[in-house]
Structure formats: C-alpha cells, structure tokens
Design a protein around this ligand. Structure first.
Ligand SMILES: *Cc1c(COP(=O)(O)O)cnc(C)c1O
Length: 227
C-alpha cells in the first residue's frame, strides 16, 4: 500500500512527457508487484542476474531497463527481453549488444552513459572521447541497436549548484550528440530520488527513482532478494 502511495506522489510531481523508471534493485518481487498492481510498468535494475530472476517471476508486459554497469559477458542473459540498456559506456559494449540483439532477432534501445560527476568512481563516457568515436561513424552499422539518448548521474552532494552544473552538462551533451542520430534520439535520463525535481527543471525526460518509492535499500539483505 505504501509503495502505491509513494508511486502516485512521484508520478503526480512529474510534468507530462517525463517518464518514470521505478528502480527496484535489491527490493523483492512482491514490492515490484505492488507497483505493478498500481499500474506501473517500467522498472530499472542494476544487476543482470537479479534482473533475469525478476523477469522470470513477474508478468511479461513489464518494460525492464538495465541501469547499472554491464559487463559484456552478461549481455547475452538479458538480450532476449531487456527493453532498454541505459548504461552503455564503451564501444565494445555497444558492439556486444548489437551482436546479441541480432542473435535474438530483436532491436534494443540504448542510452549512452556520460560521465559528468566529480567522483572518479562513476562510470560513463568522457564526452570528447565519445564524439571522436562517433566521428568514425560505427553506430550507423548497428541495425539492432536504437540509440535513444543520454544517461547520467550527478555528483552526490547537497550543493545544489554543483548538481545543477552536472545536469546542465548532461543536457549540453544530449544536444551535442543528437545530430549524430535519428529521430529516435529523444531521451535524456537524469534525476534520482534526491535530485529529480532539479533534473526535470534542467530538461530531463526520464527520471530513475528508487528509494523514494520502495524505501531505503538494505544491501546486506540483497542475497535474499532474488532467492
Ligand atoms: C540506484 C540507482 C538509481 C535510483 O537511486 P535512488 O536514489 O534510490 O532513487 C538511479 N539510477 C541509477 C543508475 C542507480 O544505480
């Protein structure tokens, strides 16, 4: 009940045209089912194994988004069903997704993850490096991938000015990269539980909200989640 409540609060706070990805990582299948029963269909997960287990356990009209760092050797396990891979941070990963999507006879939507945060630990492309890669035009020969836009994570800080700067940088990357792709390039995925209103203000079209809907994550319990 509480999940349905929180979900409708978050939904009500979003302007039309902003898509909500409910980030369910570490939370059990029953929690996702509660959100599903409240009408939600788009869920984000960050570990391939957990994603597969939840896909098996839940209705197949759910749109699953992979939002966490993805190793190339894990792509095969999610390629048959994943709707969008938001965390594409290398040419090698894009090429692997292309190959696995072709094997399944599917087209997979992807986002290019851009590194803007001040923390070194966060993954993603350096935008200059990405632009050089795109200038060599390899995405055009990947027919089973549809590049839908850009994803990013802002610096984890209470300083609103720094967070705004990161979101503005992501918006600038989105505008810079758009000419390389077709009409499908329409998604700017930025904003999480603590910063999504600011992200929306800066032009986000997709927010990824977890703890505000499902409660705090307990990483110590994560082994039980998929069991
Ligand atoms: C976990 C996660 C989220 C959701 O974080 P919350 O703070 O719980 O809203 C969003 N995006 C990514 C990439 C994540 O890993």
């Amino acid at each position: 009940m509480e999940i349905a409540c929180q979900l409708s609060c978050v939904r009500a706070s979003l302007p039309a045209g902003v898509t909500l990805v409910a980030v369910s990582k570490t939370h059990p299948v029953e929690a996702i089912r509660e959100a599903y029963d409240a009408g939600h269909r788009i869920f984000g997960e960050s570990r391939p194994q957990e994603l597969c287990a939840k896909y098996e356990a839940l209705p197949d009209n759910i749109e699953w988004h992979m939002i966490g760092h993805l190793q190339t050797n894990k792509v095969r396990s999610i390629a048959p069903f994943v709707r969008m891979i938001q965390s594409v941070d290398s040419a090698r990963l894009a090429e692997t997704i292309q190959r696995e999507a072709a094997r399944c006879g599917r087209t997979i939507d992807i986002l290019l993850e851009i590194h803007v945060a001040q923390e070194e630990t966060k993954s993603g492309w350096d935008v200059g490096e990405l632009k050089r890669y795109l200038d060599s035009a390899p995405f055009r020969s990947m027919p089973n991938i549809r590049v839908r836009g850009v994803m990013g994570i802002a610096t984890n800080t209470d300083n609103e000015r720094d967070v705004r700067r990161d979101f503005e940088e992501l918006k600038r990357c989105f505008d810079l990269l758009r000419p390389y792709f077709g009409v499908y390039f329409d998604t700017l995925s930025m904003g999480m539980s603590h910063d999504y209103p600011l992200a929306v203000e800066c032009g986000s079209t997709m927010v990824r909200v977890g703890s505000l809907i499902f409660g705090e994550r307990d990483y110590a319990k994560k082994e039980e989640v998929v069991g």
